[in-house]
Design a protein around this ligand. Sequence first.
Ligand SMILES: NC(=O)c1ccc[n+]([C@@H]2O[C@H](COP(=O)([O-])OP(=O)(O)OC[C@H]3O[C@@H](n4cnc5c(N)ncnc54)[C@H](OP(=O)(O)O)[C@@H]3O)[C@@H](O)[C@H]2O)c1
Length: 258
Amino acid sequence: MLRIGVSGLGRAGLETARYLLEQQDIRLVCGFCSPESSKRNKDLGEILGSRDLGIPVISVGDISKLDILPQVVIDFSPPEGALVNAPVFFENKINLVLASTGFSELHLKKITNLALKHNRGIVIAPNITMGVNVLMLLSQIASDILSSYDIEIIEYHHNKKVDKPSGTAVKIANQLPGEPIIHAIRAGGIIGLHKVMLVGQNDKIEITHESFSRAAFAEGALKAAKWVNNKSGVFEMNNVLDLNKILNKYVKKDVTAV
Ligand SMILES: NC(=O)c1ccc[n+]([C@@H]2O[C@H](COP(=O)([O-])OP(=O)(O)OC[C@H]3O[C@@H](n4cnc5c(N)ncnc54)[C@H](OP(=O)(O)O)[C@@H]3O)[C@@H](O)[C@H]2O)c1
């Protein structure tokens, strides 16, 4: 049974841990917190407000104390934490689903080079939700066809989200023709909404994805963790969801005139 760890037990990480505990076909074996965390050396059950689960929560510096090592870690820690923790995971032959966002290009390069050096598998997933990846694909298709349209991206998140605009909005913008403008709204408890507007002189298309709960992150993270187990290389959610294969299904061969 696949052994998984979760790093970064905050809003997204704890929701993911809760979701993983409900799954019958994997085993959540540990959580990772910051060295100064009040969660350090507690049982995950205590942190979740339930009975003890026998799932230790440690700082990565104590990884050698674990009786059972995870095969894959899902990381929802802030980028500063993820940068320090990733080398330790790779040295311990652990693959990584990197859901943390807000890295510089240089830092991402550092992490991916380390993964390759250690022959590990890593999914770089600033957009872990499956539906967001579908939104990306649909907006790419729409902008390729409607290349003269103005494109505006609007994203809404809760008021505690640090990065602005979101990593997902930036990624969407980079994938589309032209120079899409991004509007970022930070308010209240909004889990996450991304809207791509393609506006012409005579009509408009809007493609929207909205997460109703953080379980949407957990669902995508679990899919990525199962997929990257036993793989080596650097991947994205596109690879996990096999979007190229799905697209090929819709590409009809040219019909030869008779
Ligand atoms: N890819 C996606 O689709 C997606 C979705 C949601 C969130 N995210 C990203 O995930 C990250 C976390 O988001 P969030 O809203 O859950 O933030 P959050 O509530 O602030 O949680 C982050 C948690 O990380 C822990 N942490 C800090 N340093 C750490 C370290 N060195 N090692 C392990 N854990 C550490 C902190 O707790 P302790 O100090 O107690 O350990 C904190 O609870 C952000 O980068 C966010 O953008 C990505």
